[in-house]
Design a protein around this ligand. Structure first.
Ligand code: ATR
Length: 272
């Protein structure tokens, strides 16, 4: 069978093998999908080994997405925009890098959260790697307004500058805010900060959470302070499980040319 892998550090917790095996099962395909712990200074060597061993593709997770980006000979447009790679294809011509994270987020919002984005007002919290990874796919949905709110304004300004032309093409008003100064209400609020790893609430005015829309945390596996803040204010709340499974589905499509049915896989992860 064809060989695939997910490379990270740590990697033990990764759900990717289970997800990809569930997708393969839908098409009666037998695949090998391994979890690979790369040493922090050994990402390149790990990729070279997989290439030599005939692997077809690999997913890349924390902290190697930027190194993967630098290593690729070819990059998709969305990987270039993200500045990071989460999906590798070992081609005869070299290493092709893609980034399916943003597409995964958008597909979860549209397909499973009933949260349309076209013509809507979106608030994206954070301006790090996770936020940049979803910028292009969000803009491609042609929202009316995309506000990037970050703790430090300069970092958000730096990120937004890279997407000014794309925003103009999509007729989206792209603006930057300090998180503590966000004033209006939004249809969708997306948390792309890494603050969910802590227990401190985000420094966002409570009024922002009075929106009638959806509060979405890209993190999966824990009820973050952001989710608690939004829930307490009565918003609809979602975690990043659907994004995780949709980004995997897009990688699966890249490798196999087949579109898996994601809903039952999401369901199976929600079961207690
Ligand atoms: P990632 O790859 O997860 O995006 P990153 O590139 O280090 O990680 O970016 C982390 C993001 O989370 C940044 O936007 C950071 O804000 P700053 O740019 O102001 O540092 C944001 N972040 C982290 N902890 C936060 C907190 N406690 N409150 C608000 N924002 C936080």
């Amino acid at each position: 069978p064809e060989k695939y892998a997910v490379i990270g550090h740590p990697i033990e917790h990764s759900k990717s093998p289970t997800i990809h095996q569930a997708f393969a099962h839908q098409f009666n395909k037998a695949i090998i999908y391994e979890k690979i712990l790369a040493p922090l200074d050994g990402f390149t060597a790990t990729v070279q080994r997989l290439q030599a061993e005939g692997f077809v593709g690999a997913n890349v997770t924390v902290p190697f997405k930027f190194e993967a980006f630098a290593l690729c000979q070819g990059l998709t447009e969305r990987a270039q925009a993200a500045g990071a790679v989460n999906t590798l294809c070992f081609l005869p011509t070299g290493l092709l890098g893609d980034n399916t994270d943003g597409c995964g987020l958008v597909n979860d919002l549209l397909k499973h959260q009933q949260a349309p984005l076209a013509g809507k007002k979106i608030l994206l919290l954070g301006a790090g790697g996770a936020a940049q990874g979803v910028m292009l796919p969000l803009l491609e949905q042609q929202p009316l307004l995309l506000t990037i709110a970050n703790r430090s304004l300069d970092k958000a300004q730096g990120m937004v500058a890279k997407f000014a032309a794309e925003a103009a093409r999509c007729q989206t008003r792209l603006e930057v805010q300090v998180m503590s100064a966000v004033a209006q209400s939004y249809d969708v609020i997306i948390n792309a900060t890494s603050a969910g790893l802590t227990d401190r609430p985000l420094d966002i005015p409570a009024a922002v959470f009075q929106s009638t829309g959806l509060a979405y945390d890209m993190m999966y596996g824990r009820e973050t302070p952001f989710m608690q803040q939004a829930r307490a204010a009565g918003m609809l709340v979602a975690d990043g499980l659907g994004m995780l499974i949709e980004q995997a589905a897009e990688a699966f499509y890249l490798w196999h040319g087949l579109r898996p049915d994601t809903a039952p896989v999401i369901q199976s992860f929600r079961l207690p």
